[in-house]
Design a protein around this ligand. Structure first.
Ligand code: NAG
Ligand code: NAG
Ligand code: NAG
Ligand code: NAG
Ligand code: NAG
Ligand code: NAG
Ligand code: NAG
Ligand code: NAG
Ligand code: NAG
Ligand code: NAG
Ligand code: NAG
Length: 316
């Protein structure tokens, strides 16, 4: 039998060998673990989908719907959360500000739950965020300016909530954002002309809000724009900027029931335009058939002052 002091020395050696191995403690960054606990704590999860969020380590024990990077980070040696995939879990409650601590997250997905409260401004701290998906909840409050600082955001999907207040001017900095899905909320005020700086924007969906003011002519400068939907807002008495006839990339222009006046747009220079809806406005006169692209398949132009007569066109 070895003397006790030798055992002790061996133990000490083994102990230090163990802790000095950088690969020995492969765990999730402790601040991210705390953040996940806080996120879970401010949600209500009646079906218990997130019950394992109190057992072991999130990235090691595979907490439900938490996707981690598959290797520890070179700079700090910890695992980090890459995605939160919390769609369609019947969750209610609110979004915790601690979400901002998940600073390496790329996908934040809370779609189709019953979450209330507002989008925390701390989401603006998640500089790696690519997809912000919270559509189909009951969120209210206004959009934080801080979201406009997300340099990697590809898509902002907040549609079908009850978010109010203006579209922040800071959103004009979202250089990588392709999709603005903000329809069916209570957004109000002027569409910021500054949004014309967005180099990647493809879908501008702002229909079914409470927007007012005028339609910014500058939006014609958006180089990649395919879809504009602004239906059911109230731009009381403004006209459709002639520059919109210059958005040669457009596939769809939908301005139904927007309280617009003045002449109908000349869209003859938009070769791929397949869908045009300017109905339920007070436009003066019809769209001359010479001002239509040959490819148009769906078109609504009728209202009190304006009728349309063309074989390719559906009146409504
Ligand atoms: C977590 O998932 C990984 C990869 O899918 C698997 O190898 C591991 O055994 C899982 N761990 C637990 C505790 O379920
Ligand atoms: C880890 O992820 C990277 C990048 O997503 C991938 O290329 C690699 O194959 C993955 N490794 C394992 C062991 O899953
Ligand atoms: C996170 O965001 C808040 C509010 O936007 C800010 O005050 C704070 O400094 C940020 N924290 C970090 C670590 O960036
Ligand atoms: C949505 O928000 C608006 C303005 O904040 C409010 O008047 C309205 O009652 C809300 N609607 C719902 C369904 O919560
Ligand atoms: C977006 O791009 C413009 C022009 O390239 C640049 O001046 C600006 O700093 C960029 N903004 C961000 C937030 O990266
Ligand atoms: C958006 O709101 C409009 C008008 O209230 C409604 O007709 C439409 O179904 C809504 N869209 C969605 C996707 O909920
Ligand atoms: C819509 O905006 C107007 C101001 O432009 C405001 O008076 C009205 O209460 C808003 N309506 C809703 C439903 O938010
Ligand atoms: C037109 O939009 C207003 C809100 O701006 C809405 O109250 C009204 O129901 C809409 N009318 C039609 C015909 O869609
Ligand atoms: C649009 O707004 C104007 C001015 O605020 C108002 O007079 C008009 O009734 C509104 N129209 C609709 C359809 O809400
Ligand atoms: C459309 O674009 C052309 C060429 O860039 C320009 O000369 C013209 O003024 C523009 N028209 C409108 C209405 O903006
Ligand atoms: C009409 O659409 C077809 C198929 O989408 C496309 O190939 C063609 O170039 C379009 N015509 C014009 C005039 O742009």
């Amino acid at each position: 039998m070895l003397p006790l002091y030798i055992c002790s020395a061996i133990f000490t050696l083994l102990y230090f060998a163990h802790v000095q191995q950088p690969t020995a403690a492969q765990i999730t960054a402790p601040w991210e673990v705390n953040a996940l606990r806080a996120i879970r704590g401010s949600l209500s999860d009646p079906n218990g989908f997130l019950n394992n969020w109190n057992r072991g380590d999130p990235c090691v024990a595979n907490w439900t719907r938490v996707i981690c990077y598959n290797v520890t980070a070179k700079d700090d040696g910890y695992f980090h959360v890459q995605e939160l995939q919390l769609l369609r879990l019947g969750l209610s409650g609110t979004l915790a500000p601690e979400l901002g601590q998940l600073s390496r997250m790329k996908i934040m997905d809370f779609m189709w739950n019953k979450i209330t409260g507002s989008i925390p401004k701390e989401v603006g701290n998640i500089t790696s965020l690519e997809l912000l998906l919270v559509n189909g909840n009951q969120l209210s409050g206004s959009l934080p300016d801080e979201i406009g600082l997300l340099p990697n955001l590809n898509r902002i999907q907040i549609d079908q909530n009850n978010i109010s207040g203006p579209i922040p001017k800071s959103f004009a900095n979202l250089n990588k954002t392709k999709h603005f899905h903000m329809n069916n909320n209570s957004l109000s005020g002027q569409i910021p002309p500054e949004l014309s700086r967005l180099p990647s924007l493809v879908h501008m969906l702002l229909d079914n809000n409470n927007l007012s003011g005028y339609l910014p002519p500058e939006l014609a400068q958006l180089p990649k724009l395919l879809i504009i939907q602004l239906d059911n807002n109230n731009f009381s008495g403004s006209s459709i900027p002639p520059s919109y006839g210059n958005i040669t990339t457009l596939l769809k222009l939908s301005l139904r029931n927007c309280s617009l006046e003045g002449p109908a747009p000349d869209v003859s220079g938009i070769p791929q335009l397949g869908y045009l809806d300017v109905s339920w406005n007070q436009l003066t006169g019809p769209i001359p058939s010479g001002q239509l692209a040959s490819n148009i398949t769906t078109m609504y132009t009728t209202n009190k002052a304006c009728a349309m007569n063309s074989k390719n066109v559906y009146n409504k």
